[in-house]
Design a protein around this ligand. Structure first.
Ligand SMILES: Nc1ncnc2c1ncn2[C@@H]1O[C@H](COP(=O)(O)OP(=O)(O)OP(=O)(O)O)[C@@H](O)[C@H]1O
Length: 648
């Protein structure tokens, strides 16, 4: 008998073991096995407490519903493997029910031999022992079989979910990303799916086994001794009721802790994604992350303590049942109502029930967590974007002029519905002409570009391309082939320069990529790198200068040969020399195209065919540079202000 390094439960187990040793004069050596198994169970339960601390990271604002039909779609392709796993798990559970009965047979042989000391012990024990050994072997095989099948099903379902969720997230409107933090979305892809997978596997394997064993062993208990079973049945409902009450309190704690972990992850994601800003303000030490992590640590510690008390109490109660059984069973043996083997069977069977019930109580919490993780994953799987990515008409390339009309556009961002950014805004971009929008910061310039790209749809009014409402046109065609977009801070992906330029047209040949780079004034510096076009640009292009990044972004936009080019303050973040080379590239790129420039520095747009000044969401002045200067209005003011700032 091992000495217990554990707390009260283990001491109870040890005391129980001692009691069994006392009884071993009747029950023989098998009693020691029961004691050891019970001890192991206590240790196992304590280990479960540690394993049960939830590390789930959840992005949770509302409580989404679990959609079973979506789960069914993922399970369908794995149905055969799943049925196989269920059958094998069921088989293993049925065999587990047989084990106590066989142990009883074995003990009866031992007890009879101890009592009578007649016959050939080895010969008599061989039959039941071999039967039991065979049962252990088959049970082991079935267990391995269902675990293999189940982990296959779990992994494949999780991989399918990840791929589908990722595709669904990318399909969502830009407004969706305004409202949801990236870190929380990534959590759904990783932690939520992981949690769902673990719960799914656990519930199918252990849940099925525990329920089958509980029912089966209860039947065995009743067959062995209705009296003793009656005793157990009276006590059990009280324990289950108390357990359910504490369990619901713990689930609430768990949900709060999960939300806190998700919050901390969101903060980390934001800081790591913008590490330069954090460093520039020397905020490494003061980052909010530590505070949020400490908070989640406290909450998880409280949860862990709650789980510990819960499991401690439930183990103690269940162990007491076994203890009571031995006393009551001993009385029945003394009055010859029960054989020692029957008491052995009863003990092991009741121990199996106890273990199964303990595991059901843990599984119940796991199932709730799994269901809420699954619900969060399914919530976004079922979400349809309000702006569909494909479907709708296309204008043949040869007849496309590139004329754009903004007609009476009013617009508020979905995340800020009370704040009207554009009010009855009207503007025409004539084919092959350059129109620049200027105005105060926050006046709505970039919003105009976003609406043309259909990142959002106007609240009222229509945007026309060649006289057709852009809402009737195929969005992937519009974004993929008609409009080229270059903004102030181009984002490159952490792959090669070649792949980054090809992002604009995935089917482009190497020659097309090089040609686009030449048009964007980028070929020379790219070929100057040791790896040329295969140079990997680092995350978000950090290994390149601002001007180099911008020229690659221009090449990426030009490779699709767009009819319309939108330049959102494309050179405002560059120094004078970079601006000159990029401007050169842009001048070449804009030739023969309809161009909308969202301008910050007025010096770069003086050659535009039309300059519009936007204020409070509508155009207040329009004309060429000279015409506007002559008017002496808002445009002249802006120029004067910029000159004064330049001189400072
Ligand atoms: N995604 C968004 N969600 C909610 N409001 C937004 C969003 N983007 C911009 N806004 C708000 O819309 C208004 C117009 O913003 P916009 O970016 O169009 O201005 P801008 O003229 O381009 O400014 P700047 O010259 O400073 O870039 C601002 O009040 C801004 O706060």
């Amino acid at each position: 008998m091992p000495t217990a390094p554990y707390s009260g439960l283990a001491m109870l187990s040890a005391a129980f073991g001692a009691r069994l040793r006392e009884l071993s004069f009747i029950l023989g050596p098998a009693a020691l096995t029961v004691s050891a198994r019970l001890f192991c169970h206590v240790a196992h339960c304590e280990a479960d407490v540690n394993n049960n601390t939830p590390v789930e990271v959840v992005a949770k604002q509302t409580v989404p519903e679990f959609k079973w039909h979506i789960l069914w779609e993922f399970l369908k392709p794995q149905l055969f493997a799943l049925i196989g796993a269920v059958v094998l798990a069921f088989g293993a559970a049925i065999l587990n029910i047989q084990i106590p009965l066989m142990l009883g047979d074995l003990v009866n042989v031992v007890a009879r031999y101890l009592r009578e000391h007649t016959g050939n012990y080895v010969h008599e024990i061989r039959g039941p022992a071999l039967k039991l050994l065979g049962l252990y072997g088959i049970q082991g095989l079935l267990t391995s079989g269902y675990i293999i099948l189940l982990s296959r099903v779990g992994e494949r379902v999780a991989a399918d979910m990840r791929k589908t969720l990722f595709a669904s997230l990318l399909r969502q409107d830009v407004a969706f990303f305004d409202a949801n933090k990236t870190g929380q979305l990534v959590n759904r892809l990783t932690a939520d799916i992981q949690e769902f997978k673990s719960s799914f596997k656990l519930v199918i394997s252990q849940g099925l086994r525990s329920i089958t064993q509980t029912v089966g062993c209860f039947v065995s208990l009743y067959v062995i001794s209705p009296k003793l079973t009656g005793l157990t049945v009276v006590v059990l409902p009280c324990l289950v009721g108390a357990g359910a009450l504490i369990g619901s309190f713990l689930r609430k704690l768990s949900r709060l802790a999960q939300e806190q972990v998700a919050k901390a992850t969101g903060v980390a994601d934001e800081a790591l994604g913008n590490v330069r800003t954090v460093k520039a303000f020397a905020m490494e030490e003061r980052e909010l992350y530590a505070y949020e992590v400490d908070k989640s640590c406290d909450m998880n510690e409280n949860l862990g303590a709650g789980i510990a008390v819960f499991q401690g109490l439930s183990n103690m109660a269940l162990n007491c049942i076994v203890l009571g059984t031995i006393f009551a069973g001993g009385t029945l043996i003394s009055s010859n109502e029960m054989s020692p083997g029957d008491l052995m069977s009863f003990l092991v069977a009741s121990q199996t029930v106890q273990r199964s019930l303990a595991s059901i109580s843990i599984l119940f919490g796991q199932m709730v967590r799994g269901l809420s993780s699954g619900a969060r994953v399914f919530e976004y799987l079922a979400l349809q974007p309000t702006i569909p990515l494909c479907g709708g008409g296309r204008i043949p390339y040869h007849s496309l002029t590139g004329r754009v009309d903004f007609m009476n556009i009013s617009f508020s961002y979905p995340t800020r519905p009370g704040h009207q950014v554009l009010q009855k805004f009207s503007l025409t971009l004539p084919p092959s002409k350059t129109v620049a929008i200027v105005g105060e910061s926050g006046g709505g310039k970039s919003t105009v570009a976003s609406l043309l790209e259909r990142f959002y749809d106007p609240t009222s009014g229509v945007i026309m391309l060649d006289g057709l409402d852009i809402r009737t046109l195929d969005l992937s065609w519009l974004r993929g082939q008609v409009i080229g977009f270059i903004n102030q801070e181009p984002v490159l992906f952490g792959s090669s320069i070649m792949e980054n330029i090809r992002f604009g047209k995935p089917e482009a040949t190497d020659a097309e990529v090089i040609n686009a780079a030449k048009q964007a004034n980028a070929h020379r510096f790219i070929t100057g790198f040791p790896d040329g076009y295969n140079t990997v640009v680092g995350e978000r292009g950090v290994t390149l200068s601002g001007g180099q990044k911008q020229r690659i972004a221009i090449a990426r936009a030009l490779i699709k040969n767009p009819s319309i080019l939108v330049l959102d303050e494309a050179t405002s973040a560059l120094d004078a020399e970079s601006e000159r080379v990029v401007q050169e590239a842009l001048d070449r790129a804009t030739r023969g195209r309809t161009v909308l420039i969202i301008a910050h520095r007025l010096s770069t747009i003086q050659g535009a065919d039309l300059i519009c000044v936007i204020s409070n969401g509508r155009i207040v002045e329009a004309g060429t540079h000279l015409e506007l200067l002559g008017k002496g209005g808002l445009y002249s003011d802006l120029i004067r202000r910029q000159r004064a700032e330049g001189q400072k």
